[in-house]
Design a binder for this molecule. Structure first.
Ligand SMILES: O=P(O)(O)OC[C@H]1O[C@](O)(COP(=O)(O)O)[C@@H](O)[C@@H]1O
Ligand SMILES: [Mg+2]
Ligand SMILES: [Mg+2]
Length: 333
C-alpha cells in the first residue's frame, strides 16, 4: 500500500507529545488551519460567488479594501474567537484591537494579515494569509495595543497560508518550518514539506524595480551588482521575480532560496517602509530564521525591533543568509 503523508492534526499531536505541556498550541493551529481552508474555498470560487472587486471601503492605512479582504478578516476573527484562547486579536483590516467576548481567561494574542497580496486577487494570481501568535504578558490588558507590542523574537508560533495552484499552510512553532498541502477531496492538510530550509546562497532576488528612483544607495548598489551579471562584481548571472504577494515570494524562498526586499526608500521613508512589522515582517522573519535564512531592515535584525504601533511599517530584506548579510554590510559602509 502506498504511504499516506501525515495529516496536520497528527503532526500537531506528535509535536505536542515531543514538546510536552498542554494541547493549546495544537488547538490554536488547528483553528488557523480551519480559517485558512474557509478562505481558500472563497478564493477558489473566483468570480463565481461575486466576491471579487472592491469592497467600497478603506482600511486603517487608507488602502482600498477588496471584498475578499473583508471576508477573510471576518473568517479569521470568527473562527479564532470560538475556542476562547485569545482575549484579543489584531488585524491589518482593523484600526484597533478586537476584544473577544467571553475569552477573558485566554493566554494568547493573535495578529494577522487576512489576505496578503490582495492587489492580485482580481487577476487570479497567488495570495495568502499571514499570522503571528504571542503570549499575553502577565498582568497586561489585552484590550490595549501595548499588550501586542512585543518583539518578533517573542513569537510562539507564526505561519502563512498560500492560496496558489494548491493551497498550503506553512508553520513554525520554533522547531523548524513545515509545509502542509490541502487535499480538497478530504479537506485535510498533509505534511508535504517537512523541515523547509533556505540555502545560504542564491542567484535570485525579488524587488519592485519600479521604485528604483527612490532606493537608498546600498539597495541600488546591491541590485546594480546583481544586474551586472557574470561580468560584474558578483561574477554570476542573477534572475529576478516580483509577484507583489509577500506570501508567494517567501514561499518561493523557503522552497528554493532567494532574496526578497521591500526596503524603506525616499518615498515611503516617512511611514517607515511599506510592509507591516507586526503581521507581515515579524511572522515571515520568524519562519525565514527558523529555516536557516536571515531577516533584516538593512540596519538591524527585524525580530529585535521594539514595536511602537500595531500597524507600524518597516523595511524588509529577507531570505538567503549570505545575501541578506551582504545587503546589511552595504548599509553599514
Ligand atoms: O504593489 P507593490 O508596491 O509592489 O507591493 C507589493 C507588496 O504589498 C503587499 O501586497 C502588501 O500586502 P497587503 O495586500 O496585505 O496590503 C505585499 O504582499 C507585497 O509584497
Ligand atoms: Mg500583506
Ligand atoms: Mg492584507
Amino acid at each position: 500500500m502506498s504511504q499516506i503523508p501525515q495529516t496536520l492534526t497528527h503532526w500537531l499531536i506528535d509535536a505536542q507529545r515531543k514538546a510536552g505541556g498542554d494541547s493549546v498550541m495544537l488547538q490554536l493551529l488547528d483553528d488557523i488551519a480551519t480559517a485558512c481552508k474557509m478562505i481558500s474555498h472563497e478564493i477558489a470560487q473566483g468570480a463565481m460567488l461575486g466576491n471579487l472587486g472592491k469592497a467600497g471601503s478603506e482600511n486603517v492605512q487608507g488602502e482600498e479594501q477588496k471584498q475578499l479582504d473583508v471576508i477573510a478578516n471576518d473568517i479569521f476573527l470568527a473562527v479564532n474567537a470560538q475556542a476562547g484562547h485569545y482575549p484579543a486579536m489584531a488585524s491589518e483590516e482593523l484600526e484597533d484591537v478586537y476584544v473577544v467576548d467571553g475569552a477573558a481567561e485566554g493566554k494568547y494574542l493573535l495578529l494577522f494579515d487576512p489576505l496578503d497580496g490582495s492587489s492580485n486577487i482580481d487577476v487570479n494570481v497567488s495570495v495568502g494569509s499571514i499570522f503571528s501568535i504571542l503570549r499575553l504578558p502577565e498582568g497586561a490588558d489585552p484590550s490595549q495595543a501595548a499588550a501586542f507590542l512585543q518583539t518578533g523574537v517573542q513569537q510562539v508560533a507564526a505561519g502563512y497560508a498560500l492560496y496558489g495552484p494548491s493551497t498550503m499552510l506553512v508553520i513554525s512553532v520554533g522547531q523548524g518550518v513545515h509545509g502542509f498541502t490541502l487535499d480538497r477531496n478530504t479537506g485535510l492538510f498533509y505534511l508535504t514539506h517537512p523541515d523547509m530550509s533556505i540555502p545560504a546562497d542564491t542567484k535570485e532576488f525579488a524587488i519592485n524595480a519600479s521604485r528604483a528612483r527612490f532606493w537608498e544607495a546600498p539597495v541600488k548598489r546591491y541590485v546594480d551588482e546583481c544586474l551586472a551579471g557574470k561580468t560584474g562584481p558578483r561574477g554570476r548571472d542573477f534572475n529576478m521575480r516580483w509577484i507583489a504577494s509577500m506570501v508567494a515570494e517567501v514561499h518561493r524562498i523557503l522552497t528554493r532560496g532567494g532574496l526578497f526586499m521591500y526596503p524603506m526608500d525616499a518615498e515611503n521613508q516617512a511611514k517607515g517602509g511599506k510592509l507591516r512589522l507586526m503581521y507581515e515582517a515579524n511572522p515571515m522573519s520568524f519562519l525565514v530564521e527558523q529555516a536557516g535564512g536571515a531577516a533584516s531592515t538593512g540596519r538591524q535584525r527585524i525580530m529585535d525591533v521594539a514595536p511602537t504601533g500595531l500597524h507600524q511599517r518597516i523595511s524588509v530584506i529577507l531570505g538567503s543568509k549570505n545575501e541578506v548579510e551582504r545587503v546589511a554590510s552595504y548599509h553599514a559602509e
